[in-house]
Design a protein around this ligand. Structure first.
Ligand code: NAD
Ligand code: UDP
Length: 313
């Protein structure tokens, strides 16, 4: 198949691109490198490069023109780290609105199946726990995270409208915290932040009292879930993809200290505004519809990520 991946030079995108190339597809990555980097393609073997094209383009600013017929479009382009989207809130809102609109039209033109990387952030600071797809969320529409949360919610609404009005064959993956190699070590997200602090012997910056929770999924599990969702027929509703193993951020910091053997101390810093208190996916739907569940335990995925990070610290 011929497959386009917006945001293909980012963390998740680069793993997805590699995996699709390994399956023998032709892949076109579309990216403006605002948070991604061409370096993320370091792991593409030479013979893959004949089936790989990189289009440097801001999908919010201009429509994408591709001459040959696309079969699938994975739409991943968007800043994803709270620090990134706080730095460029307008670009984040634009890519989730105009960017999604442009890529939906590309999908219509090519009659391509379309999958969008949505997020657990559509649930905001959730009042329901764990979060099922039926939960409508608790989002502050004007807070510092709203540029991301509302852009993703708008994307979902736009995709459903294209499905209802134009019959677009679409998928929505609600992705929960994912980690692994190719994250930017300074992107501010907790996994790269704690790993680089631990490896450098710097204080581990736990925000708040560290009792807030997250559930971390290794990137290869997520990529398997995304491909499965794309290729399973007729799932025209959002599906959570994440690892339900929940941990407090304080325990997560301690686990990283053990895994790295670091002597870093834990330093407590103020909790950012609207930081969700608890987050864990209910993945019943993914298990039932896709027979998907995560396979990589946190300690194994973190060990791989730490080994990868050592070359950059
Ligand atoms: P990332 O920042 O590493 O990758 C995003 C990519 O999109 C980057 O390469 C960036 O340059 C590109 N991009 C952004 N705006 C663009 C634009 N206007 N035009 C073209 N390219 C643009 O983030 P990631 O962690 O790989 O996330 C990928 C997707 O998955 C995002 O849509 C994100 O919202 C979603 N997601 C990720 C997680 C996670 O934990 N990693 C969780 C939930 C949702
Ligand atoms: N966090 C932290 N220290 C850091 C970075 C993040 O304690 O240096 C916390 C953050 O407050 C949140 C959790 O870790 O509760 C996950 O943050 P991240 O930015 O990775 O993603 P989020 O799930 O908030 O989008």
């Amino acid at each position: 198949m011929i497959i386009a991946v917006t945001g293909g030079a980012g963390f998740v995108g680069s793993h997805l691109v590699k995996s699709l190339l390994e399956e023998g597809h032709e892949v076109i990555a579309i990216d403006n490198f605002v948070t991604g980097t061409i370096k993320n393609f370091y792991f593409l073997p030479k013979d893959f490069k004949e089936r790989f094209t990189l289009l440097e383009q801001d999908i919010s600013e201009e429509t994408v023109n591709i001459d040959f017929k696309l079969d699938r479009i994975y739409h991943l382009a968007s800043p994803a780290s709270p620090i990134d989207y706080a730095n460029i809130p307008i670009e984040t809102l634009k890519v989730g609105s105009i960017g999604t609109y442009n890529i939906l039209n590309l999908a219509m033109k090519h009659k391509a199946r379309f999958l969008m990387a949505s997020t657990s952030e559509v649930y905001g600071d959730p009042l329901e726990h764990p979060q099922k797809e039926t939960y409508w969320g608790n989002v502050n529409p004007i807070g510092p995270r709203s540029c991301y949360d509302e852009a993703k919610r708008f994307s979902e609404a736009m995709i459903m409208a294209y499905h209802r009005v134009h019959g677009l064959d679409m998928r929505i993956a609600r992705i929960f915290n994912t980690y692994g190699p190719n994250m930017r070590l300074n992107d501010g997200r907790v996994v790269p932040a704690f790993i680089s602090q631990a490896l450098k012997g710097e204080p581990i910056t736990v925000f708040g009292d560290g009792n807030q929770t997250r559930s971390f999924c290794y990137v290869s599990d997520l990529v398997r879930g995304l491909k499965s969702l794309m290729e399973t027929p007729n799932i025209h509703e959002p599906v959570n993809l994440g690892n339900p193993a929940e941990t407090t951020i304080k325990n997560f910091a301690e686990m990283l200290l053990t895994l790295t053997g670091s002597t870093s101390k834990i330093e407590y810093k103020p909790l950012p505004q609207d930081d969700p208190l608890r987050r864990r996916p209910d993945i019943t739907k993914a298990v039932q519809l896709l027979n998907w569940h995560p396979e990589i335990p946190l300690s194994v995925g973190l060990t791989k990520t730490i080994e990868w990070a050592k070359q950059y610290v």
